[in-house]
Ligand binder design. Structure first.
Ligand code: MG
Length: 333
């Protein structure tokens, strides 16, 4: 009997094959199939993931990471990871449901079933195990059954999953940390936090030396797993000489969003003896908030001295620490 797939399942398989060719991967794997489901936001399987509190966008990033690790030989499968085996299992699940076509939910279920495959391992590490998936499977499979009606999956290894009335799928967040320091030099203005602070000192650096923006840029890039400021803006590139650091921060946000992560909130501490930053704090918060696309109350900036100790205490320069919280967004497909 020829195998027939529902449209969403077919799209996922097509995507997996195109992606394999595009990236030059030597063979199609279960991870490509999983990525296909995630890329196409296939309705049933994504509903199942969300019901289990898994964010599909975050899983998509992890699948891409694992495909990369497999490509460079740093991820070994315990068994033959051929996607045909996953699709065969999906076919059996579909038959057991009495369906005439294989759905995207069948493929997700089949991928989760064998935790010795790459996709099975990744799903298990995200908390998607077969017993849990069985619990939401009727909904994912589009099987609407009135209370008391026979379970279409009866006889299968199913468990009942109930959710409390307050259940809300958990959204994963990421955190990035950044640090920067610059030496003071003669002649103002001081550029810090995206504004100019009048006076007779400035920070010395290849760009405009805005240490607040640099620490924040690293925090954003770090949270998104997108490298660091030195990689994005190397000193050796003449375009970076005197570069506006607010622009660097914006570019870091773009790089982060391309990876599916948006900055939700940042917190910055500047360690400096002089000048006192309090009079400029709100202007810095506003400038940073504009660059980050956030309301000002999601941008915190604090300043403190180093109690006269060390190079900061001697007024040789300033240091800055930043933390960024990132939340997932859907990447364009
Ligand atoms: Mg710097």
């Amino acid at each position: 009997m020829p195998v027939r797939f529902q449209a969403a399942a077919r799209k996922a398989i097509d995507f997996a094959m195109v992606e394999m060719e595009r990236t030059g991967d030597p063979a199609l794997s279960s991870l490509h199939l999983l990525l296909g489901l995630l890329e196409h936001d296939a309705e049933g399987s994504m509903a199942a993931l969300r019901l289990l509190g898994v964010n599909p966008a975050a899983l998509q990033l992890d699948a891409r990471r694992d495909i990369h690790l497999a490509r460079i030989g740093e991820l070994l499968a315990e068994i033959d990871d051929a996607p045909e085996l996953v699709l065969e299992r999906a076919g059996r699940i579909s038959e057991q449901c009495g369906a005439t076509q294989i759905s995207d939910a069948d493929i997700l279920m089949a991928a989760a079933q064998d935790q010795r495959t790459w996709a099975g391992k990744l799903l298990a590490s995200s908390g998607v195990t077969p017993p849990l998936l069985w619990g939401v499977f009727p909904e994912a499979r589009g099987v609407l059954r009135p209370p008391g009606a026979p379970d279409p999956l009866s006889g299968m290894d199913a468990v009942e999953v109930t959710f409390p009335p307050t259940f809300a799928p958990m959204l994963p967040v990421r955190t990035g940390i950044g640090y920067d320091s610059h030496r003071f030099g003669v002649g103002g203005p001081l550029i810090l936090g995206g504004i100019e602070i009048p006076g007779d000192i400035k920070l010395i650096g290849h760009s405009d030396a805005d240490a607040v923006c640099h620490a924040l840029t690293d925090a954003v890039l770090g949270g998104a797993g997108a490298g660091d400021i030195g990689e994005l803006f190397p000193d050796t590139d003449p375009r970076n000489k005197g570069r506006n650091s607010i622009e660097m921060l914006r570019m870091a946000c773009v790089a982060s969003e391309k990876r599916g992560w948006r900055v939700a909130q940042v917190d910055v501490t500047v360690i400096v003896e002089r000048p006192k930053l309090l009079p400029y704090r709100d202007a810095m918060r506003a400038a940073l908030a504009t660059a980050l696309g956030l309301p000002a109350d999601s941008v915190s900036l604090k300043a403190k001295t180093n109690e006269g100790m060390g190079w900061v205490g001697r007024g040789e320069g300033l240091a800055c620490m930043a933390v960024a919280t990132l939340i997932p967004i859907r990447t364009a497909t």
